[in-house]
Structure formats: structure tokens, C-alpha cells
Write a protein that binds this ligand. Sequence first.
Ligand SMILES: Nc1ncnc2c1ncn2[C@@H]1O[C@H](COP(=O)(O)OP(=O)(O)OP(=O)(O)O)[C@@H](O)[C@H]1O
Length: 376
Amino acid sequence: MSEDPEEGMLSWDESVFRDERVFEIDYVPETFQHRESQMRTLQYTLRPATRGSRPLNAMVRGPPGTGKTTAIQKLFGELRAETSDVHTVRVNCQMNATRYSVFARLFEGIFDYEPPASGISFKKLFGQVTEKLVEEDDVLVVALDDVNYLFYENEASDTLYSLLRAHEEYSGARIGVIVVSSDPSLEVIDELDSRVQSVFRPEDVYFNVYDREEIAGILRNRVERGFHDDVVSTTVLDYVAEKTAESGDLRVGIDLLRRAGLTAEMRASKVVEKRDVDEAYETSKFVHLSRSLESLSESETELLEVIAEHEGKQAGEVYEEFQAVSGLGYTRYSEIVNKLEDLGIVATNYAEVDGRGRSRELHLEYEPEAVLSRLE
Ligand SMILES: Nc1ncnc2c1ncn2[C@@H]1O[C@H](COP(=O)(O)OP(=O)(O)OP(=O)(O)O)[C@@H](O)[C@H]1O
């Protein structure tokens, strides 16, 4: 590595980054452009909470990386600044995909400590959460983020039912619910039990995919905060925006900027070039896949491995292999296939098999290598 800055090279203690943290996954941006109308609707649904009343429920939908979580974080921040009589709890359902663990997170949000690890019954947990709300005369606003995971585990109806009927069991309990789905193919309301449908009439708020110009504007903001001046040219930024617009997931663009910066540093370059973006993209384009794989259980991972090793094979054949490694039965196998399909990792299609009618084939939506290397 050259140490002569005159030649446009970075010395070992220099960095292209001004503040690398702005590219981190949990960074909440100061400016939140292009979401004014969605924020207005959500503020309207939550307004009753500031007056001590039960807020309206809301349903936030939109593809991954379109700012849904950020909107919730901003709103909850505003609400907490406004009043101390409202508890706001965002539950990540990818990590908490059962009714019990959702309520364990609510308990934690309200009491500021975790429920006993020895495990108490759901009824008791539920009772403690609601009693505390009534006792303190507080309102609770719950955001079930990535609620689609509750649907994949068949836990959505029970969870919502408990939240929405809490005031009937504990009179005076005031809870508002925001469900956030990032699965465009999930019909949230249709998939709920009728007993839930009859009490859940949320305000619908849609987060559309940002277009290329919007993406460039948002990323420019990040570049200004995250990189030193003149590290990322307009041409390179536009190139990053173009790559990001292919999926529309802003997370790809943010990851791409950070990785391209690191790649430039590796070359000891003071500027990020297109080739750094190209190199980084080979990893960044899998941001969504990596995130989906994070929360898979052991048997889900096992099945995915089998599918990756038997790309395009028939469902029956894949089952036999899976059964041999996991010992699980066909019903569980089908459930996992459905979940992997909902997650957009696996696709199934029907093919004609000679003389045996139609049969289901399993395919990966990604190159098998990309999946397998991320499961290690
Ligand atoms: N309008 C915006 N301005 C600035 N940054 C944004 C904006 N929208 C999204 N982001 C950034 O993009 C990334 C993804 O956003 P966020 O997590 O809010 O998306 P999401 O819709 O909740 O995604 P998912 O459905 O996958 O959970 C975050 O780093 C966030 O800071």
C-alpha cells in the first residue's frame, strides 16, 4: 500500500468514511424523505393515544426495504416525546414468531425487564401485561414488525385476537396495533380467522417501492454523512441507485455503499469507483437472502440444504432425502416448503411426469451456491 497521499492513495490511518455508522442496519436516518403521506396517516391513527384513548389500528404493507420499520421508529420516537403515558413496543416477529414470545417482548417493554426465564403460562403473562396497563392508566401501542412471520407459523390470528380483545378481559386496557407486512403476496386480512376479522378493521397504509431518483436522493444524503467529500462522485452514486432500483430494496443500496467504500479502501484508493460497486454488488445483492436465512430453524435449514443439493427434483424425492436427515414427517415437510416459498427462497412448479400425471418440482430462487455458502 502506498503512503503517498499526493498520488491519490490512502495512507494506512486514513479512511474514505466520515462516519461509517450511518450504514449500519439499525441506524435511524435524520431525514426521512418521500414518506410524508404515510407518516401523516399513521400519526392520525396514533393521535388518540396522546389523549389517553385507544388508538386506531393500522396495517402497513410494502416490499422489503421501503422504510416501514423506519416509519415506526420515527413515530414511536415522536409519541414518546409527546407523552409519558404511552408505551410503544416494536416486536420483530422474524425473531419472535409465536404469540408467547410476542407477549414476552411486550412484558419487557412495559416492565423494563424480561419475564421469568423459568416460563410462566401465556395466560399469566397476558394478565400481567394488561393489569399493569390498567393500573398505570397507560396506553400501549404495539407494532408487529414483519408480521408475515407470524402467519408462516400460524400464530397471527391468536396473537391479534389476544391483543384486540384485551379490553374485554381486562376492562380499561387500551391497546392499539400496527401490523407491518413485507410479504407482498400475503393477504393479511383474508388470512386471519373470521373471529379476528370481525374486530380488526385497520387503516391501510402502503409503502410503494422508491423509484430510481428517490433512491439516489436518499442515498446522496447517506453519502454526505457517511463519506468524506468527493469520495463518491455523482456518476458512481447514480450507478449505485441504478443497481438498487433493480430490487427496490434500499437496504441493498446502503450495504452497497458501505462495501464499495471498504473495497476502495482495500485498494488504498481515496475515491470509490464503479468497479468497487460492481465488486461489492456480488455480495450486496444477497442482502435480502441473508436476512431471510437468519431466523431459519434447524430443520428449515436442513431442508433448504437438501433442496439446494437436489435443485429441480420432485417433491417426493426431496422428501425422502429430507426424511433421512431430519426424521420429520410429510406434514411438517410440506409446511416448511410453504414457508420457504413464502420467503421467496424456494419456488415450486408443477410438471408433467411421463405416465404419472402432474408432480411438484422444487427450485431455488437463487443460485444453489449462494444459498449453501450462507447457511454455513
Ligand atoms: N425515506 C428514507 N430515507 C432515508 N433512509 C431510508 C428511507 N427509507 C428507508 N431507509 C433506509 O433503508 C433501510 C431499510 O429501511 P426499513 O428497514 O425501514 O425498511 P422496511 O420496509 O422496514 O424493510 P423490511 O420490510 O425488509 O423490514 C434502512 O436502513 C433505512 O434507514
